[in-house]
Every structure is written in structure tokens, then in C-alpha cells.
Design a protein around this ligand. Structure first.
Ligand code: ZN
Length: 371
């Protein structure tokens, strides 16, 4: 089955065509305003299927990394990002963290030499079922993951079996069974990777970016200090370290597009309705959000995209914005991405995500959304 969430993200990235902003080092922002962009790659030089949007070529990867460097980005390690969020240790004003999901063999073969040669720290998210299958299944084996880790590559958990954590199998029908299943995916994977590496695993990336507020709570309880989604915006000191945004880099992106997206500054909500990662049932006619620091943005510059499609009519009241909710598509998920233009011409963006369910799933113990 095609991944609808990823399809929506492609649409969002495709739709993000506001014109280029001056880069932040030109605008002389203080270090507390550092941007952290986290790029998410999957495959490098995949042989089959050809034209997979999730596989970039070695040349594309090299060009994108060089373009980020030329635009003033510093590549940072997972450790630096952890210290930034745990104790406020400053990050460079334009920081980029490079991540790879899934642990495909082609990453070891093709991406690793490039990153090593360019001396760029990176973070690899693996799931034990894949690495246990190793080369026969097209993945790295544990020896290779261990070797990378010894050479300084950070390893994170990408769950145990790579399921949609928001859609358990039919056998899971109670909140208790859902809790136990999430614990397996989140805690058992963490412990197994830690045992294999002999070092702690502190970062988590949810398969397919699938999240709800129960999954989010379990990520926290499992002891991860950083967790990453794929909602396509950037981060600063105000982002929740358990909800860090990543940008998926696709084969269709040019280095210029990657830099442009990486330079968008994060904006922040004081409130979203429905709340981020909330599952709501029943009719929901309108949704909306309130923006922090509304005076930082040029009046009238706020734009809202839902799953990549622009909302034409936005009801504005001070710092609050409301819009009609389109009918839920097959994905039943809504990624709301808000763009604004800052006073110096820079682009700001941020996304949040909520889910529509025709009825409250039995495995969830959620209060119904207030309407
Ligand atoms: Zn994955």
C-alpha cells in the first residue's frame, strides 16, 4: 500500500513555492534564533524501482550538501542537537542535521563514503527486523551498523518492525493491548539496538511519520530525548525536542529547493484546533490556530496549505486564523502547513497534524475532540 502520509508530504514540498528569502546569516540574527534544519534521506542510487522519489543519486546528495555549505549551513551532530535542547548549548545560526531512515545497504555503500569524505556527522535510524534480515533483504547488517557507530555515526530507533504506529493490527483492540504493542515497538527496539551497539539510543523517528498523541506519550515514556517527524518545517529553540520537524529530500528536488526549504524560519503557534496529533471523530467544520509574535509578520502574508493544497479563504481575527476543513481524503490525515513572510522578507513556516476517524478506534483511549 502506498504511503499516503508521504504522498501528502510530496504535495507539501511541491507546493512550497514562496519566493526565496535572504539567508539568515545575511540578516545577522542572534544565536538564540538559530535554525535547525533536519533533512531526511532514504536511499542513494537505488537500482530498482527506477524513479523512486525516495532515492537520490550520489551526485544529488553531494550537490545538496555542497549547496547547504555554500549557503552558510554548518552540519551538526546528534550530540550537539541534544545539548542544544537539554541545556541550551548554542548551535550555529544555520545548523543542518543529516538523517537517513531504514538502514538500506545502499546507504552504507554510497552515502557513507560521501559523508565520510566531507567529514559530515549524520544520524541513521534503523529497525531491528530489517537489520536482522541484513543484505538478503537489502539492508545493512549489524556488523555494518556497529562499524558506523564506532566511526561516530549516531544510531536512532525507527521502531522494531516498522509498522504504522497509529494503525495496529486487528488483534489489538483494547487500549491496554495498544500500550503493550507500542512498548514493544518503542522500548524493545531501543534496548536491542543499545545491546548491539553497547551505547545509549536517544533518538526516535516514527515509521511513515505516523503519530498520534498516544504514540507521542509513549515516545516520551520510553526515555527518548529527541524524536523526529516528517512534517517538512524547520526548528529553533522553541520547538519541542520530541516533535522535531524533518524535511524529506526527494529525487525531484534541486539543491536550490533544498536550501530554500532549509532556510525557512520556524513560526510557532500558541494554539491549534484540533490540537496537534489529535484524533477527532464526527463532523469538524472549521479548524484554526493562533500565531505567536504576529507583529513579526507582514500583515496579509499568512498562507495555509492542507496536505499541500492552499486554503483560499482564511478568517483572520488578530493573531487567530480559522478555515473550513475540506472533506477527509483517503489518508484521513491533515497536515496543516502555515507560511508567513517576515518583516525582512524571510519566509516562516510550521506544520501540525491531526487525524480524522469515522469512529473512535477501540484501541485508543482518547477524549473526543471538542467541537
Ligand atoms: Zn522508514
Amino acid at each position: 500500500m502506498r504511503d499516503f502520509l508521504c504522498a501528502m508530504l510530496i504535495a507539501i514540498l511541491g507546493g512550497a513555492t514562496l519566493s526565496a528569502a535572504p539567508s539568515s546569516h545575511e540578516t545577522g540574527l542572534p544565536p538564540s534564533k538559530s535554525i535547525l534544519t533536519v533533512l531526511c534521506y532514504h536511499n542513494i542510487d537505488i537500482r530498482s524501482p527506477k524513479n523512486s522519489p525516495y532515492s537520490v543519486t550520489s551526485a544529488q546528495l553531494t550537490d545538496e550538501l555542497n549547496a547547504l555549505k555554500a549557503a552558510g549551513f554548518d552540519f551538526v551532530s546528534l550530540e550537539q542537537v541534544q545539548a542544544f535542547y537539554a541545556s541550551g548549548k548554542p548551535l550555529p545560526s544555520k545548523s543542518a542535521l543529516i538523517t537517513f531512515d531504514d538502514g538500506h545497504e545502499n546507504i552504507y555503500e554510497h552515502a557513507y563514503p560521501i559523508l565520510k569524505k566531507m567529514n559530515i556527522p549524520w544520524l541513521l535510524f534503523v529497525f531491528p527486523t530489517a537489520i536482522g534480515g541484513g543484505h538478503e533483504k537489502g539492508f545493512m547488517n549489524w556488523d555494518e551498523v556497529q562499524q558506523l557507530n564506532k566511526e561516530g555515526v549516531a544510531i536512532g530507533s525507527h521502531s522494531f518492525d516498522h509498522p504504522y504506529l497509529t494503525r495496529p493490527g486487528k488483534e489489538i483492540s483494547t487500549p491496554e493491548a495498544y500500550d503493550a504493542w507500542l512498548d514493544k515497538e518503542l522500548i524493545r527496539s531501543k534496548r536491542l539496538i543499545e545491546d548491539k551497539l553497547g551505547s545509549p539510543v536517544n533518538a526516535f523517528a516514527s515509521p511513515f511519520g505516523a503519530l498520534n498523541n498516544v504514540v507521542q506519550q509513549h515516545i516520551k515514556n520510553a526515555g527518548y530525548s529527541l524524536a523526529f517527524n516528517i512534517f517538512g518545517s524547520n526548528n529553533d529553540a522553541l520547538n519541542n525536542p520530541l516533535e522535531l520537524n524533518r524535511i524529506i529530500v526527494l529525487s525531484t528536488h534541486s539543491p536550490e529547493m533544498v536550501v530554500k526549504k532549509a532556510e525557512e524560519r520556524p513560526l510557532h503557534f500558541t494554539k491549534e484546533f484540533p490540537g496537534s496529533l489529535q484524533v477527532y471523530t464526527g463532523m469538524l467544520a472549521t479548524a484554526g490556530f493562533s500565531l505567536e509574535g504576529i507583529d513579526d509578520y507582514i500583515p496579509g502574508s499568512i498562507q495555509v496549505l492542507i496536505n499541500g493544497t492552499r486554503i483560499e479563504t482564511l478568517k483572520e481575527n488578530g493573531s487567530s486564523f480559522m478555515f473550513d476543513v475540506p472533506a477527509p481524503g483517503r489518508s484521513k490525515g491533515y497536515i496543516v502547513t502555515v507560511y508567513a513572510r517576515g518583516r525582512s522578507g524571510e519566509i516562516f513556516s510550521q506544520s501540525y497534524y491531526f487525524i480524522y476517524a469515522t469512529k473512535k478506534p477501540d484501541f485508543l483511549k482518547l477524549a473526543p475532540a471538542k467541537t
